[in-house]
Design a protein around this ligand. Structure first.
Ligand code: HEM
Length: 358
């Protein structure tokens, strides 16, 4: 039985309690000012460090992933997206990967059919849908949070809010109009998608078998963040005026802890701080890594162009031709084979030479 998820779950529960108790016993400045600044600094420094160390790594070979026909002879149709030979093709493939998780879409699972003697490859469509929903919802929620850190709020943030809350539970909404704020779909989808990704790791035996505590931890953490956010918005309402005063204080470097900001907000914020500080040292760094992966960012033009290792430095070399030129006489004398026999000297010159020597 894989119980590694227990460590991660307990860690997130512990973080939740730390922030709750901490903010209740008067440590609000620690949770509302110190931790957010420290977390942002660790995130920026850690992210930059990881990206720079990848950027500095040598890429001596052309190793792009090839998922289609490479360009070769004119009558063979190349696949310019899955096997791009131009920079434009690489950019297009990268966009499709980052925005639509295309390689995950192509993921298949091998299965033996009922009869037992037929092998079939099935599309793993649910993982792709879940992952896509998770990433898009996360991005949208983050983008909407810009409202808390800007004054006036940019039009594009308001537009996204409008689109995101287009779906209103009309009947329900009419009934409790005063109490219920507009429902943001992205927040709900984020919670559902992260729950699906968690359940998958908890209940599908093959996925569970390979899952580590480091796979569960970010999922539980993000679940905690989305859960506390939803609690704050729809159930245990926070005082948005004082919350915005706090967040604006943070971005303008005049931090304050206004009255009326409840513990739930500090729990939400503390979990976000942990996520930020943990990010650069975790698997979540695939956010930066995908752009630096040579398997993704190189052109597949190995049949058209010779890939010369850019890290090659000039070294003194002695070719075989030069070696043979230097030692040919001695090699012939010793009876060793040579590639080039010495030019026979014209007979006249040889005679002259001999009589002169004599
Ligand atoms: C990883 C980053 C974060 C995630 C994933 C996240 C997620 C969420 C979610 C899902 C909600 C529910 C409502 C909605 O869909 O917008 C929410 C609400 C909220 N979050 Fe966050 N959050 C993050 C960062 C932050 C930060 C940095 C702050 C403040 C410093 C913050 C403050 C709030 C507040 C005040 C609400 C209630 C908003 C309202 O009532 O309209 N969140 N968050």
């Amino acid at each position: 039985m894989n119980v590694k998820y227990m460590y991660s779950l307990l860690a997130v529960i512990a973080l939740f309690l730390i922030a709750w108790i901490g903010s209740a016993i008067g440590l609000k400045p620690l949770f509302g000012i110190v931790f957010p600044y420290v977390a942002v600094m660790v995130f920026i420094a850690g992210f930059a460090y990881r990206v720079m160390s990848w950027a500095r790594s040598a890429v001596p070979f052309a190793i792009p992933t090839t998922c289609g026909q490479q360009k070769s002879l004119p009558w063979i149709k190349p696949n310019s997206v899955d096997n791009p030979t131009s920079t434009g093709g690489v950019v297009l493939r990268m966009i499709l990967e980052v925005v639509f998780l295309r390689s995950l879409f192509r993921n298949t699972r091998m299965k033996l059919k009922e009869s037992g003697n037929k092998l079939a490859y099935n599309l793993e469509i649910f993982l792709w849908v879940g992952a896509l929903a998770f990433h898009w919802a996360f991005f949208t929620v983050l983008f909407r949070h810009l409202r808390l850190f800007t004054n006036p709020v940019p039009g594009c943030v308001e537009l996204v809010e409008k689109i995101d809350s287009f779906f209103r539970f009309e009947v329900l909404y009419d009934a409790v109009k005063v109490a219920l704020p507009g429902v943001y779909l992205s927040g709900i989808i984020l919670l559902l998608a992260v729950t699906y990704l968690l359940l998958r790791r908890l209940f599908i035996p093959t996925v569970k078998y390979i899952s580590q505590a480091a796979d569960y931890f970010p999922l539980f953490l993000i679940f905690g963040i989305a859960f506390t956010g939803i609690l704050m918005r729809y159930f245990l309402k926070v005082d948005m005026t004082s919350t915005k005063e706090l967040t604006m204080g943070l971005v303008t470097f005049h931090p304050t802890i206004p009255k009326g900001v409840g513990s739930l907000f500090f729990i939400h914020l503390f979990l976000v701080c942990v996520l930020l500080a943990y990010f650069p040292f975790s698997k979540l760094m695939h956010l930066g890594g995908v752009f630096l992966s040579p398997t993704r960012n190189m052109r597949t033009d190995t049949r058209a162009r010779r890939h010369v290792n850019p890290w090659n430095y000039p070294v003194p070399i002695h070719t075989y031709e030069e070696y043979e030129d230097e030692f040919r006489d001695k090699m012939i004398e010793a009876g060793l084979p040579v590639e080039k026999m010495p030019e026979p000297q014209p007979a006249e010159e040889t005679d002259k030479k001999e009589s002169h020597d004599g």
